[in-house]
Design a binder for this molecule. Structure first.
Ligand code: NAD
Length: 485
């Protein structure tokens, strides 16, 4: 039940502004098609203004040199979010469709991330080195300038904060460009900084609008020093080409096709519920969703049967119901894409469960898909190779360790993986051979602001979170001092 329509504006240089285009974009609830609100459909004039003002704020305030101020500002943002968490979680569910319990989890992670980087703001350490009896080197870590943050719709709050917090902690100014499917939640998060005096005007800006126009201008404008992009690998590649002209620094967090490898000695009681959760979380619309299970032939049947039961137990429905485990996919376009993959899967291999749109009753007005499992999926097949971004799990079978590793590494992606075994040596050996930025052993989907995250191969460039995530948003400068003996 919607209480009020959210109408949002851009936030540029500390002021709420309507777009110069005079146009707006409508957000719909993917669970029932009801309008959630309107945001600005900005044009080039809006983003150019934000870039100019962000540059000005970076150059003419003490933000980049006053680490205590930055720390206090981020901590206050965390505290304001904590206060409004329930209201914002509801909006996140309405605009994205995700279950309310997942929305709360996402916002808790935002609060945790802001707090962590509030602390880190005071620890942007460089190094120093004696070079000779008359020479000394300071290796300084400096903020870069204006960071353009382009984020996706699947975890719209966390994926924006995950980049904004370290960029700000390091002393940069930011321009946020949220996905056009979820602008309202992103603007709501920025509303929380209003009144925090420690944020100088122009240090945090948000401009909503089409990626191809706004994102493109951010990527090519010489006054944006860094682009932090989280999204589809194809979009990431096109950004790289555009940024090349200005040799612009890029941080890219892209797609995945992450495997869970189960050896014969795995603790299946623990593994099976986690495998199902990791595949169907966010209706599979999660970059590191465990969308492939690579299982030893001796336990294959038991594992498939176990995950099938878990999948069929999931309560699919409107995210506002506290008992919902899985919501709809984000849009009709996404629904069609996922159902096409289901048809491909049905032709290529064996369907275990699901594979259809859910219809009837509350499902008729939303984009709901059954949790779906395909078995005996060959590595060269499309459903093993391509990121579906829907609730579709591919099971693959192996005979020995080498084959398991080869299957795990057999796609162009390398974001995350899980290894399940009681043999510690095997767990570490396999973890080191799997080409992925994160490998979980006997668990999955454990993320912390203090541990680095990012992709091998086509899953990305650079790292987010942790110390490396902070340093992504700094330049390294050697200051050399010559002195008399
Ligand atoms: P997307 O690439 O379509 O859009 C992402 C953002 O880019 C949006 O804000 C969009 O407006 C903008 N954009 C689109 N075209 C652009 C252009 N030409 N220039 C600049 N910006 C442009 O991705 P999506 O569908 O919103 O998100 C899903 C994808 O994101 C999946 O591939 C998923 O794996 C990936 N993802 C990765 C991570 C990670 O941490 N690696 C996290 C979440 C999602």
């Amino acid at each position: 039940m919607l209480t009020k329509l959210e109408i949002t504006k851009n936030f540029i240089n500390g002021t709420w502004k309507e777009s110069e285009t005079g146009e707006t974009m409508t957000s719909f609830n993917p669970a029932d098609g009801v309008i959630v609100g309107e945001s600005q459909k900005s044009g080039l004039a809006d983003i150019k203004l934000a870039i100019r003002d962000a540059k000005n704020a970076f150059e003419n305030t003490d933000w980049r040199s006053n680490s205590t101020r930055r720390s206090d500002a981020l901590m206050q943002w965390a505290s304001n979010l904590k206060e409004k968490k329930e209201e914002i979680a509801r909006l996140l569910t309405l605009e994205n469709g995700k279950p309310i319990k997942e929305a709360r989890m996402e916002l808790n992670a935002c609060i945790d991330t802001l707090k962590y980087f509030a602390g880190m703001a005071r620890s942007v350490f460089g190094r120093s080195i004696n070079l000779s009896s008359t020479s000394y080197g300071i290796i300084d870590k400096e903020p870069i300038g204006v960071v353009g943050i382009i984020s996706p719709w699947n975890w719209p709050a966390l994926l924006m904060i995950r980049e904004a917090a370290p960029a700000l902690a390091a002393g940069n100014a930011v321009i946020l460009k949220p996905a056009s499917r979820t602008p309202l939640i992103s603007v709501k998060l920025v509303e929380l900084i209003e009144g925090i005096a420690d944020f100088p005007s122009g240090i945090v800006n948000i401009v909503t609008g089409p990626g191809r126009l706004i994102g493109d201008e951010m990527t090519t404008n010489p006054d944006v020093d860094v682009i932090s992009f989280t999204g589809d690998t194809t979009t990431g590649k096109s950004l790289m080409k555009k940024a090349a002209d200005k040799v612009k620094k890029l941080a890219l967090e892209l797609g995945g096709k992450s495997p869970n490898i189960l050896f014969a000695d795995a603790d299946l009681n623990k593994a099976i519920p986690i495998l199902a959760k990791s595949a169907f979380i966010s209706a599979g619309q999660m970059c590191f969703a465990g969308t492939r299970v690579i299982v030893h032939e001796s336990i294959h049947e038991e594992v498939v049967e176990g995950i099938r039961k878990e999948a069929e137990k999931l309560k699919v429905g409107n995210g506002l119901n506290e008992s919902t485990d899985m919501g709809p996919v984000i849009s009709e376009e996404q629904l069609k894409k996922v159902l096409e993959y289901c048809e491909i899967g049905k032709q290529e291999t064996k369907l275990v469960t699901g594979g259809n749109r859910l219809t009837g009753g509350e499902f008729d007005n939303g984009f709901f898909i059954e949790p779906t499992i395909f078995d005996y999926v060959q590595i060269e097949s499309r459903i093993a190779q391509e990121e579906i971004f829907g609730p579709v799990l591919a099971v693959q079978v192996f005979k020995d360790e080498d084959e398991a590793i080869s299957l795990a590494n057999g796609t162009n992606f390398g974001l995350a993986a899980g290894v399940w075994t009681k043999d510690v040596s095997r767990a570490v050996r396999v973890a080191k051979k799997v080409k992925a930025g994160t490998v979980w052993i006997n668990t999955y989907n454990k993320n912390y602001p203090q541990t680095e995250f990012g992709g091998y191969k086509e899953s990305g460039l650079g790292r987010t979170r942790g110390i490396d995530g902070l340093l992504e948003y700094t330049e390294t400068k050697h200051i050399n001092i010559e002195f008399d003996e």
